[in-house]
Every structure is written in C-alpha cells, then in structure tokens.
Design a protein around this ligand. Sequence first.
Ligand SMILES: [Zn+2]
Length: 157
Amino acid sequence: MVITTDHPHRERAEQRRKFVPPSRLHLPDVPDRAEDALLDQLLYATADGCQDCRSMLLDRFAQDAGATHKLVDWACWIATEVYGGLPAELVDEAATADTLFRPSLTFCRLAAEYRARGRTSSGMYTAREPAQRREAADTAVTLVAGLQRCWTDFLYR
Ligand SMILES: [Zn+2]
C-alpha cells in the first residue's frame, strides 16, 4: 500500500525535549524497514495535532504487525528512560484509570510484557486484531509526543 500526504510533518526545532524517532531506533527483534520513515511521520503529525494524518497513518499501521511492534517497543524504551522504568500508570489497568492519559488496554498489556522482559514479541502483534494494534500504536505515539511536551508530568497531570 502506498500512502501519500499532501503536507509532510517534520521534527520541530523548538521542541523542548527530543527523542530518537522510531526510524532511528534499532531494535534487535524488529527488522528495520524503509517504511519506518512513516512511523516518524506519525510522531510529527501527533506533535502537530494533525488528526487527518494521524488517522490515515494509524489505519495503515493497524494492518502492519511489524510497524505496531516497532512503535510500542520504541515508546516503552523511551518511557523507561524517562521514568527510570515503566510506571504502573502505563501497565496496570487500575492505575491507568487515574490518569488523564488513559492508555489503551492493549498497550498496557504489551507494556507489561515489555516491563517484564525488556521487549515484546512479534507474536503478540500478529495474534491481535487490527483494531487492537491501532489502539496500541495510538497510545504509543501519543505517549511519546506527550513526554516531549510535558516531560514526566505528562502522566501525572
Ligand atoms: Zn497532517
């Protein structure tokens, strides 16, 4: 599937915090692919608040278990660095309910696996429905964009 946007989103120079975009993070268990640049587009579109691009890209990644895998492991890796470990508010259903962020259930389950093992497995993505992959990808990129904007306060507003 080819995707075209009439207006690209880019990393913004004035962003307070910068994290490595998904295309530049190499994960031992997730092959790097040419289309990883689209994952970066999702981050920048989210930071820019562009719902059209977000929706289009999330629809695409929902069909792509490998893309979702990379996004989730990328977000978990960044959150682990920021918080010194994945906080309960990202993995525990009861704790997430107390946050404004409200991470999706699918993301929390994947994040719990990441917290336990330092990674998630590709089978956890191929076994899930596109709608579940979409909500996990949505949570992952919204989390990173939120950490860029608000740093550790993002989960505790
Ligand atoms: Zn856009």
